[in-house]
Design a protein around this ligand. Structure first.
Ligand code: FAD
Ligand code: SF4
Ligand code: SF4
Length: 484
């Protein structure tokens, strides 16, 4: 088993890679952690106890074989560690960077009390970045080409995983996306300080080299673009991985004033600038926080990405209004800590009452909240504290209240497609198939706003099921041809 290299947690303290100083990192959109040096990665991997029942793996949505790749890393067998890592995860270099590890693998690491968990995410990133550097990462070229084809709608993590898995099996894979780049929220939602854009582009190019056809700028269901039924007629199976993009609206007087903007428009503009695009709304200042007093409304990861982006754009002040307290916020504590370090001020237990201004927003009138009785989910509902109004100066307000699915009927024109009461697509979880034969779905459009790693898991599960479906169809075609 482990050998003497492992179980070093008693003598080796937890260490993360070097974190750039606040002064330095707020000057650019680069990631804030450097990569592990080889010896440091080996040392950190050697802290693992090699548990018989590894709870880290149980709580990793793609069930990564964590103890084995930690052992190989500790032993300096990085290429083998890479082979194991890529066997269960289509985007390990990305998950290692942006999974909320404190809630998943690392949060369930059982290293004895008093010692901190193994730094699983950073080791995963190290293994895979090393693999790219050393040239071990090759496109997945199938051994056998099959003639049946699949359409994947959406090139986010769910669509990428399903496409990659099916391509390995030799199916012809066509991915359609309304964006001009591959990655979904990886490219236009998540900022570069969490995930540098060249990491996403590098993976996109590899998928293309493996023979996946990307049809970009194709908005399925929009006027002048192919419809959902066109794709069903053109391909042998379809996967829907369109994510959730309808921003939840702020509801307060003055919300329509110029200067009150939705989070995703703001983040997309910033990401496009990082990618070298020209963005009119950024150039004319509508989506640029430079020299402004910024108020972000919301307490999730999207809100944290907005406040930290505003700091980097040179805002005069950045405040985050959240109606519950810090313990009850949905975002990752790690991200809140980074935001606090970078100078973001949090107004906990506060909600906007009105947006004030003449020609554009000039201030937010807010009100204090307190946590009242628990609702049906057991979560305490926020209540307004009477007479507690206060005003915050604001010339850019960013609404980051979360996302819901778009109108599926408008998008797919298919009244038979079964959806839940929240507008997410309903599937049979044992097959990932919708109620329409040959139509599968996964990622945020099924789960509601979720995580990259869950999108990958869904894509992998759907691909396994679609492979069997396509084999059955191929057998039927062969039988028909033989009978003809
Ligand atoms: P998406 O990534 O949304 O991809 C869907 C794709 O479908 C898009 O490319 C879209 O253009 C395309 N599409 C939609 N409709 C059509 C159509 N009609 N025709 C053609 N194409 C279409 N998760 C984490 O794990 N860690 C994080 O740190 C994190 N940070 C986040 C930060 C922000 C700001 C946001 C918004 C989300 C974050 N998430 C994070 C969540 C994560 O990004 C999503 O859960 C994940 O991207 C969902 O993957 P998906 O493939 O289902 O959808
Ligand atoms: Fe942890 Fe995410 Fe990697 Fe799984 S994929 S080991 S949850 S960082
Ligand atoms: Fe190693 Fe922690 Fe996983 Fe146990 S739970 S195998 S100690 S990483």
């Amino acid at each position: 088993m482990a050998g003497s290299k492992m179980m070093q947690f008693v003598s080796v303290p937890q260490n993360l890679p070097h974190k750039r100083s606040v002064d330095e990192r707020v000057q650019d959109f680069g990631e804030i952690y450097d990569r592990f040096r080889d010896e440091r990665a080996q040392e950190q991997a050697s802290r693992c106890e090699q548990c018989g029942i590894p709870f880290c793996q149980v709580h990793c949505p793609v069930q990564n074989n964590i103890p084995d790749w930690l052992r190989m890393t500790a032993e300096g067998r990085i290429e083998e560690a890479y082979e194991l890592s890529i066997a269960t995860n289509n985007l390990p270099e990305i998950c290692g960077r942006i999974c909320p590890q404190d809630r998943l693998c690392e949060g369930n690491c059982v290293i004895e009390k008093g010692f901190n968990s193994v730094t699983i995410g950073t080791v995963e990133r190290y293994i895979n970045d090393t693999a790219f550097e050393k040239g071990w990462v090759k496109p997945n070229r199938p051994l056998q080409e099959r003639k049946q084809s699949v359409a994947v709608i959406g090139a986010g993590p769910a669509g990428i995983a399903v496409a990659d898995q099916l391509r390995k099996q030799g199916w012809q894979v066509h991915v359609y996306d309304r964006y001009d780049r591959v990655g979904g929220l990886l490219i236009y939602g998540i900022p570069g300080f969490k995930l540098e854009k060249d990491v996403v582009v590098r993976r996109w190019k590899l998928l293309e080299e493996g023979g996946i056809h990307f049809h970009l700028g194709v908005d399925i269901g929009a006027p002048g673009h192919p419809t959902f039924s066109d794709l069903r007629a053109r391909h042998d199976a379809v996967f829907i991985g369109t994510g959730v993009y309808k921003a939840r609206a702020l509801q307060a007087p003055g919300v329509g004033l110029p200067g009150v903007v939705p989070a995703l428009s703001y983040l997309t503009a910033s990401n496009r600038i990082s990618l070298g695009d020209e963005v009119a709304e950024f150039a004319d200042g509508r989506l640029d926080a430079k020299g402004r007093h910024v108020v972000v409304v919301g307490g999730g990861d999207t809100a944290m990405d907005c406040v930290r982006t505003a700091i980097r754009q040179g805002a005069l002040s950045v405040k985050c209004l959240y109606r519950r307290d810090k313990d009850n916020m949905p975002g990752s504590m790690r991200e809140v800590k980074h935001a606090e370090e970078e100078g973001v001020e949090f107004a906990w237990l506060s909600a906007p009452e009105a947006f004030v201004g003449e020609d554009r927003v000039e201030a937010v009138r807010a009100v204090r909240m307190r946590l009242g009785a628990p609702d049906s989910t057991g979560r305490q509902s926020p209540e307004i504290v009477p007479g507690s109004s206060f005003t915050l100066k604001a010339d850019l307000v960013i609404a980051a209240l979360g996302f819901d699915p778009e109108d599926h009927l408008a998008m797919f024109g298919e009244p038979e497609l079964k959806v839940s009461r929240w507008g997410t697509i309903s599937i049979d979880w044992s097959t990932m198939q919708t109620n329409l034969p040959g139509v599968f779905a996964g990622g945020d459009i099924v789960r509601g706003a979720s995580l990259v790693v869950w999108g990958i898991r869904d894509g992998r599960d759907a691909a396994a099921s679609m492979h069997n479906y396509l084999l059955a169809r191929a057998a039927e075609d062969a039988a028909l041809a033989a009978a003809a």
